[in-house]
Structures are given as structure tokens and as C-alpha cells.
Design a protein around this ligand. Structure first.
Ligand code: HEM
Length: 186
């Protein structure tokens, strides 16, 4: 039984979490679709449109994660419930840390992939991020697989994150999921 007093993320942290979850999962599905189900020989123009959509959505994560890290730093997260073992708490913290690292590394690797291939990194169909690296086939051969492997790893981690949240809610019946959806009663 979880006897600790429920604690909640701030409303700002909750909004950032759910907006980023939506953007991340949408960008992931679109990237996976274009990378594995389309090819230039048969879907040329459509493939371009889909990759452009992927980039325009995904680059927003770079801005949101900076706000989120600042917010996390200035507003500590709720404590984990006392029903969790110290080992599980350490594992949860490591998992969350890796998720933050991926939220930064994945979109940046995508930009590096695009730039080294000679393409822009557009944001919300509004503007392009400044090109920080010139087209370079040698670097492209590094950043392309880096982006793909990081995206697969992040997909696995996100699935684990969702399953863990559901286990806490439905099996352990603690208030971890609610700490990201509710606010304390006044
Ligand atoms: C949170 C952000 C991002 C996520 C979750 C994500 C996810 C993915 C995934 C799952 C793939 C498919 C990998 C595969 O081939 O199996 C992919 C491919 C790709 N991503 Fe991203 N990505 C993100 C950010 C970006 C950014 C910011 C850019 C560039 C500005 C970018 C450019 C690309 C490109 C060019 C491909 C190749 C698509 C293709 O080959 O058709 N990605 N991404």
C-alpha cells in the first residue's frame, strides 16, 4: 500500500509533458513510416512531403525540451512512492535521465543528418534552423545511422515508459500516473 502523501507535477510541467509526448509519438510514427514503407523510386514526391512533415513537427522538440529542462531544474519532481524499492527508484531516475538525453540528442541528430545531406531543418513550416554543418557525405554516413538507431532506441524506451506508467496505475495502484494528470485538491 502506498501511504505517502500524493504529490503532483506543476500544471506547466504536465502541459509540457503531454504536448511533447504527442509531438514525439507523431514524429516517430511519421519518420518510421517514411523510413521503412516509402522509397524514392516509387513514392518520390510523396516521400519528400512526408519527410518534410516529419522534420517540421520534430524540430519543435528542441525548443520545448529546453523550456522543459529549465522548468524541471527550477521545479523539482514529486517524490516517488514509498512502495517502490530503492533499486526501482534508481532505475526510474536513470530511465528518465536517458529520456531527457534522447529528447535533445534525437532531434539534433536528425538536423545533423539533414544538413550533412544538404537539406534544411524546418520548424513548423515557418523558418529553417540555421545550417550549422555543410553537406558532407562522410559525416552523413555517421549521422544517418545515428538518427535511425537513436530513434529505435527511443521507441523502445517510450514503450517501456508507457508500460511502467500503466503498471503503476493499474497494478501497483499508486499515484504516479495521476501526478502527471491531476492537481492537488484545494
Ligand atoms: C523527436 C524528434 C524525432 C523523432 C522521434 C524522430 C524519429 C524518426 C524515426 C522513427 C525515423 C525512421 C527511422 C528508420 O528508418 O527506421 C526517422 C527518420 C528520419 N528523420 Fe527523424 N526523428 C526526430 C527528429 C528529426 C529531425 C529534427 C529531423 C531533421 C530536421 C529528422 C530527420 C529525419 C530524416 C531525414 C529521416 C529519414 C526518413 C526517410 O528515410 O524516409 N528527424 N526519424
Amino acid at each position: 500500500m502506498d501511504t505517502s502523501k500524493p504529490q503532483y507535477y506543476t500544471r506547466t510541467a504536465q502541459i509540457l509533458h503531454w504536448i511533447m509526448a504527442l509531438i514525439f509519438i507523431t514524429a516517430w510514427i511519421i519518420g518510421f513510416y517514411s523510413g521503412n514503407f516509402l522509397n524514392y523510386a516509387t513514392d518520390g514526391e510523396f516521400l519528400d512531403t512526408v519527410i518534410t512533415l516529419h522534420k517540421n513537427i520534430a524540430t519543435t522538440i528542441i525548443f520545448l525540451v529546453l523550456i522543459r529542462i529549465f522548468w524541471r531544474y527550477t521545479h523539482p519532481a514529486p517524490k516517488l512512492p514509498n512502495t517502490m524499492s530503492p533499486q526501482m527508484k534508481v532505475l526510474a531516475h536513470i530511465g528518465h535521465l536517458i529520456l531527457y538525453v534522447l529528447l535533445v540528442a534525437l532531434p539534433i541528430s536528425g538536423c545533423l543528418f539533414s544538413w550533412t545531406a544538404g537539406h534544411p531543418a524546418p520548424v513548423m513550416y515557418l523558418f529553417n534552423l540555421p545550417t550549422l554543418v555543410q553537406p558532407n557525405p562522410k559525416l552523413l554516413a555517421i549521422f544517418q545511422p545515428l538518427h535511425v538507431y537513436l530513434s529505435w532506441f527511443s521507441g523502445l524506451l517510450i514503450v517501456g515508459h508507457i508500460l511502467a506508467a500503466l503498471k503503476h496505475h493499474f497494478i501497483d495502484k499508486d499515484h504516479i500516473l495521476e501526478s502527471m494528470t491531476r492537481q492537488p485538491k484545494k
